[in-house]
Design a protein around this ligand. Structure first.
Ligand SMILES: Cc1cc2nc3c(=O)[nH]c(=O)nc-3n(C[C@H](O)[C@H](O)[C@H](O)COP(=O)(O)O)c2cc1C
Length: 364
């Protein structure tokens, strides 16, 4: 496990804890006190990306997910960043607006979720009343979009205030920003729809707002998933190569810290559909390239040798293996978390997983 320098951040290794929604926050979007233990136990990763965190009440799509718009949320997240730093870890916050992958029951005043266009996703939303069918969202008015860009700016500034080492803009997994990027979900005829340039306008404005809030691009990364159809059974963009190529070119020009790409279909396959070329995206981007999806140590070593990625993020393995880096180094067995513990509940199945050799000791 070799160290890696990411911008001006010294990482102790190239392993990244991928963002994992665990749905244990309060109904006000405040993470629990034991989240500090959970993240600190995983500070063996070179970098931690937090669970997706809502930039505003309108951004919420799932019950019990955290936010970063209120002072109470900033205070709770400060405890997390302090705990990770005390344990020599690095942590960035993933900024989220779910768009149409939501439900009136998790929206302020029962409002309709918003999106680029009024197209209903397939599937169900996780609400306090259980799973409920998605609804047809409301297409955002043109003049509402700058307000959401400001929400990104405030969220990024709050993340800085909470002591994070940076932010990752969530432009993956078919949430709001990707709903604007893809022509399958963006049928707008205003300056935010139509041409690739127009469809990228809002996502790039959101990225610029995060850069502004941090005083420069060297602490801002982004997550992309050009090949992923989940959630909502969302069709891919019709010209994936051109659209995401132009996106990555623009991000590179902005000097962004890293792109974090989900290679293949999230959690399902590393097979890549025609028209998607991750090696090309890496070539086009001047910052660091973080690979994700069903990685193993063997795959990471092969990708590193071939120069296909700089950093490697692990999602599901980090749920039940807080000491994942140690287990990878020692070729130890990986524990598997029952799906029932993935979302919702308390510290059980969350911050109580032992390491390979017993309880994971953290500095408090
Ligand atoms: C329980 C769970 C929660 C997840 N939450 C997020 C999230 O908040 N943000 C995100 O971008 N991806 C999320 N993902 C996707 C993971 O970050 C990752 O891309 C995916 O699990 C594939 O990587 P893996 O094979 O290493 O698990 C989640 C996945 C799981 C299993």
């Amino acid at each position: 496990m070799q160290p890696f320098t990411l911008g001006d951040l010294k990482l102790k290794n190239r392993v990244v804890m991928a963002p994992l929604t665990r749905s244990r926050s309060s109904t006000e979007g405040v993470p629990p006190a034991y989240a500090a233990d959970y993240y600190a136990q995983r500070a063996n990763a070179g970098l931690i990306v937090t669970e997706a965190t809502n930039i505003s009440p309108q951004g919420v799509g799932y019950a019990y997910t955290p936010g970063i718009w209120s002072d109470a949320q900033v205070d709770a997240w400060s405890k997390v960043t302090e705990a990770v730093h005390r344990n020599d870890g690095r942590i960035v916050m993933q900024l989220w607006h779910t768009g149409r992958i939501s439900h009136p029951d998790v929206q302020p005043n029962g409002a309709l979720p918003v999106s680029a266009s009024a197209i209903r996703p397939e599937g169900q939303a996780f609400t306090e009343k259980g799973m409920q069918d998605h609804v047809t969202p409301r297409a955002l008015e043109t003049d509402e979009i700058p307000g959401i860009v400001e929400d990104y700016r405030r969220a990024a500034a709050n993340a800085k205030r909470a002591g994070f080492d940076g932010v990752e803009v969530h432009s993956a997994n078919n949430y709001l920003l990707e709903q604007f990027v893809r022509d399958s979900t963006n049928k707008r005829t205003d300056r935010y729809g139509g041409s690739i340039e127009n469809r990228l306008r809002f996502p790039l404005d959101a990225v610029r707002a995060a850069i502004d809030a941090w005083g420069g691009p060297n602490r801002v990364g982004i997550r992309l998933s050009p090949a992923t159809t989940q959630p909502g059974n969302t069709p891919l963009d019709s010209t994936t190569h051109d659209t995401y190529g132009a996106y990555v070119d623009a991000l590179s020009k902005l000097g962004l810290l890293y792109i974090h790409t989900i290679e293949g279909v999230t959690q399902q396959t590393r097979d890549v559909p025609e028209g998607v070329d991750f090696a090309d995206l890496r070539r086009r981007f001047s910052g660091a390239y973080m690979a994700n999806n069903q990685l193993t140590l063997e795959l990471c070593e092969a990708e590193l040798k071939e120069g296909r990625a700089d950093l490697f993020s692990f999602g599901r393995p980090y749920i039940a293996n807080p000491d994942l880096v140690y287990r990878l180094t020692e070729d130890g067995p990986l524990a598997e978390a029952p799906k029932a513990t993935w979302y919702g509940g308390d510290f059980h199945g969350y911050s109580d997983w032992p390491g390979m050799k017993g309880p994971v000791e953290i500095r408090r």
